[in-house]
Design a protein. Structure first.
Length: 324
């Protein structure tokens, strides 16, 4: 029994005549008759009583009709789903992002782009950069967004796309430095600062710049991410050299923290992000299109901030172990 035979049988059961069934199927009447005859031969029983040119269904035909409708309905759903997959309109998406972007920017992007009422389901994980790298190594996510690894060597088990952009200074709205158009590291001599851990690549580069300029770095608040630090900035207790996506939490639509000013830095320090995608996990069209759209959205937002975004693809073989 094949789909063509089932379709012919269903058409005969729902048509006034054999010729009507043939017209529905776009086939000749002899072809439809042959399909029914082959079906009966395979089952070893009669499905219809022949009365001239008319086929009268027997009880067995009514049972088969119920099953045939279920089969054809299921096939129609599969066909629709496959077409949706081809169009990137359906499927499952498993993604991860580090705490900063996952608080607002990343889920807002997904919510605006995806239609979860149209056969799309999404799982969003909030993880550290190290954990996102491990998920990519394990081929457990479609893609992840995190801090870039400190080394430029590539990981054998996942692809890495790096996006870098210039950092900016977050400072209290009434701070004296808010009067400047640009702030230099030398302006921050002994100024209370909110920072990431000393092992973070951004903090390491910042401290090296302070040392090179002969400037005192006065740490007063330390956090794994910038979002908690912003509340101390808003309270007038410190300044902080932040990554540009964090700036969107201050300046973007529906700002999460008020009372903060943002100023560009004289020194062109850059913050590096990474999009990790598993090397051996087959990517659906939905996953590929969403990953590319997120990358483009990040670049556009960084461009809007005049943060001079740049991209690079890590292509050297090796192992990445050092993340923030």
């Amino acid at each position: 029994m094949n789909v063509s035979q089932i379709a012919a049988f269903h058409a005969v059961m729902t048509s006034a005549s054999l010729s009507d069934a043939a017209r529905k199927l776009g086939r000749t009447q002899p072809a439809v008759s042959a399909a029914i005859k082959n079906l009966e031969d395979q089952f070893g029983l009669r499905l219809f009583q022949r009365e001239g040119r008319k086929l009268v269904p027997l009880p067995e035909a009514h049972y088969l009709h119920a099953e045939a409708e279920a089969i054809l309905t299921r096939l129609s759903r599969v066909k629709h789903t496959m077409r949706s997959l081809v169009d990137g309109r359906s499927g499952k998406l498993n993604v991860a992002a580090m705490p900063g972007p996952v608080s607002m920017l990343f889920p807002k992007f997904l919510a605006d782009r995806l239609d979860t009422g149209n056969d799309v389901s999404v799982s969003i994980l909030a993880r550290t950069s190290n954990q996102i790298a491990e998920l990519a190594r394990a081929q457990s996510i479609d893609f992840g967004f995190a801090d870039a690894p400190e080394t430029k060597d590539a990981e054998n088990l996942y692809h890495t796309e790096v996006i870098s952009a210039e950092v900016m200074l977050a400072l209290p709205a009434d701070h004296p430095l808010a009067k400047l158009d640009r702030v230099s590291v030398t302006d921050l001599n002994a100024v209370p600062m909110g920072t990431l851990p000393a092992t973070h690549a951004h903090q390491t580069e910042l401290l090296a710049t302070f040392e090179e300029k002969g400037v005192v770095f006065r740490k007063t608040v330390e956090s794994q991410t910038f979002l908690p630090i912003l509340h101390f900035v808003a309270a007038g207790q410190c300044c902080s050299v932040v990554d540009p996506l964090t700036v969107l939490l201050v300046k973007g639509e529906g700002a999460m923290v008020d009372g903060i000013e943002i100023r560009p830095m004289v020194e062109k320090l850059r913050y590096r992000y990474a999009i990790f995608s598993p090397r051996y996990r087959p990517a659906s069209l939905l996953a590929d299109e969403t990953r590319v759209a997120w990358r483009d959205a990040v670049l556009q937002q960084l461009q809007d901030l005049q943060a001079d975004p740049k991209t690079e693809e890590v292509i050297h073989e090796g192992a990445d172990k050092s993340f923030s």
